[in-house]
Design a protein around this ligand. Structure first.
Ligand code: CA
Length: 120
């Protein structure tokens, strides 16, 4: 599976553990812990392609809900609140889904842009 080749299993486990509690999910922190920020733009796209189950070129709300399962089979489902918060934060053009090729993925991954979520 693509995900296993792109990310370290330990990092995935760590990230899933960190956001185990209901409504604790923070996609920027999750992407940080899981190691997405260390990947090239191309590889980040590959990760999201793996999450785009129906290969539509977009991560829709339904796919977002099960996004953690895309990283690991025992990942939990996101709650409706978490799904909506994630979608709202990443959906720059307001079409209700996250475009893999529309550059909506990368700003979501890069926490440096807003200046308040830099972890050192
Ligand atoms: Ca899709």
């Amino acid at each position: 599976m693509a995900m296993k080749n792109l990310l370290k299993e330990d990092d995935i486990k760590k990230a899933l553990d960190q956001f185990k509690a209901v409504d604790s999910f923070d996609h920027k922190k999750f992407f940080d812990v899981v190691g997405l920020k260390a990947l090239s733009a191309e590889n980040v796209k590959l990760v999201f392609k793996a999450l785009d189950v129906d290969a539509s070129g977009f991560i829709e709300e339904e796919e977002l809900k099960f996004v953690l399962k895309g990283f690991s089979a025992d990942g939990r489902d996101l709650t409706d609140n978490e799904t909506k918060a994630f979608l709202t934060a990443a959906d720059k053009d307001g079409d209700g889904k996250i475009g893999i090729d529309a550059g909506e993925i990368l700003p979501s991954v890069n926490t440096r842009k807003d200046g308040c979520a830099v972890s050192r």
